[in-house]
Design a protein around this ligand. Sequence first.
Ligand code: COA
Ligand code: AMP
Length: 631
Amino acid sequence: MANAYDEAHSLSLRDPAAFWGKAAEDIHWVKRWDKVLDDSNPPFYRWFAGGELNTCYNCVDRHVEAGHGERTAIIYDSPITGTKRQISYAELKQKVASFAGVLADQGVTKGDRVIVYMPMVPEALVAMLACARLGAVHSVVFGGFAAHELATRINDAQPRVIVAASCGLEPGRVIAYKPLLDQAIQMASHKPEKCVILQREQKTAELIPGRDVDWAEAVSNARPHDCVPVLATDPLYILYTSGTTGQPKGVVRDNGGHAVALKWTMKGIYNVEPGEPYWAASDVGWVVGHSYICYAPLLHGCATVVFEGKPVGTPDAGTFWRIINEYRIPVLFTAPTAFRAIKKEDPNGEFLHKYDLSHFRTLFLAGERADPNTITWAQSHLQVPVIDHWWQTETGWAIAANCIGLHEFPVKLGSPTKAAPGWDVQTLGEDKQPVPPGQIGALVCKLPLPPGTLPTLWNADDRFRQAYLDEYPGYYKTGDAGFVDEEGYVYVMTRTDDIINVAGHRLSTGAMEEVLSNHPDVAECAVIGVHDDMKGQMPLGFLVLKAGVGRSHEEIVAEAVKMVRDIIGPVAAFKKALVVPRLPKTRSGKILRGTMQKIADHEEFKMPATIDDPDILPEIEEALHEIGLAR
Ligand code: COA
Ligand code: AMP
């Protein structure tokens, strides 16, 4: 007999308009849509065309008007500053409306872009929601990126206003954001008209008269602003993510499809009810933070947790359990790397067993491949289902998951379970034809993608087609390779491009190579991702020096490491590079990064048939051996 998942999945593919049209009834619309799915201009699909709504209204005002103003909307817990604060829906409405007034006073109107460069404080969500309230398009930039990355995003998004905090906090150090912001604006060719600065007491910033506005002062003078209706197909936000070059891709999210899909996932995937707390331990700068710290929990009327800390060291490996216990959180969503960090500090779960977690129901993991060790460790200590799910910045929510709100399937280690409703996941071989179950190929999703996914890239329809649609006509290319088994379980094995995953953070080795190639002594270079027990992968650079360079290799490597940190940011976690005489290449000159990675990770590899000079591989092996990698 078909279960609720089978029925939902099958209906969503057979009749997407029926499935998503029903889900859309859970959203408040100012004007109902003309068509659930507008497929008149493939490969560009639009959801809820003709409909009008306001995402902020659905996240905030709606709950207050329904009589839930006293419910908690945001739980702010910052072990780094020792602060705890709870904000009710009624308070959140007042804060967001006032801040929308501030933005409007700075000239922000519907369609304008606003960059948000903020740490994990409730004001980050207030800024995002205030943009949504005005119909403005936010673009949140993760705090671990350096000024140059911020400048790239400023040039691409062309914000009218930037909202930033004076500083962010990492364990043991204060990161002054304001100098990074000033530097980025100086580098950028586009200049924002105004910057609104949230002063944090850990490090206040000097404001530039005429350009910078103090958050608190502006709020005290602002009049609350109402929600502005927008088209379902209007953009809600742009989130930049790593592509294969240094130019990040501006993933666009619309308003209508996003609200419908995300609201649906809260029950369908996470099995959470309105009024319950829900915690995604990520950062607002990443897609998980957008979808599951900000929008989805609030759309569903849950309390969302804004956590400013780390899984270990703030103050110890029991922080997650303390928070789950203190706020009676039933569902946690984080990256496997966070669990590996905890497991390393607390292998026997001593911190964990100090807390009563009897109310805790489910752990969800995503962001990178969930290794079986981590899953079994979490299962045995937490005694709850540990559910891996697979998604990407582009998709905004899970492509494959164990949708426990519909039906709980047995977990198969290494698999994020089955394609979620709306997703037709297939595996294609080199001939672009489907391969049999169990055989590895490119993981692709048949178009149209469900609502909530990217309709395009910001101002770059051509790049959108080239990056995702051209290679497999009629499909979205995920960039991941893997397989689907006989029972429909999806297995995600590896990326097919230059993207690596470090501590659940998506990074481009191509972007790092672009930085390294600017070192005056470097003739050519390659960056690969090598296995790391805690972070999953770590970048490793190979530098070939220009002829005649006689300086010490240590010095050059130290400079290269510093360049990547200064230009991309600390989040690149680029700490290691080695100087080698030559790089292995194919006869057509393509660097054999995959083979180098296999040597570094002690994996079996076949000598590539197209290799130009096989003698280079032992040289690479030798160099890796010297730094403790390779056999
Ligand atoms: N602002 C400034 N710097 C930041 C930053 C931020 N918001 N976030 C990270 N950094 C810095 C870190 O301090 C670190 O600097 P260092 O090289 O001087 O030590 C560097 O960027 C690398 O950060 P990261 O790779 O995250 O390493 P970490 O040791 O600080 O933390 C984990 C490792 C596993 C604990 C952490 O990455 C984590 O909790 N990850 C899981 C949750 C998550 O973020 N998921 C994302 C997608 S779901
Ligand atoms: P991001 O856009 O930062 O969310 O990164 C998306 C990429 O992370 C995917 O394309 C995968 O390579 C990887 N990823 C995310 N979730 C999973 C998962 N559950 N299993 C395997 N890989 C994953």
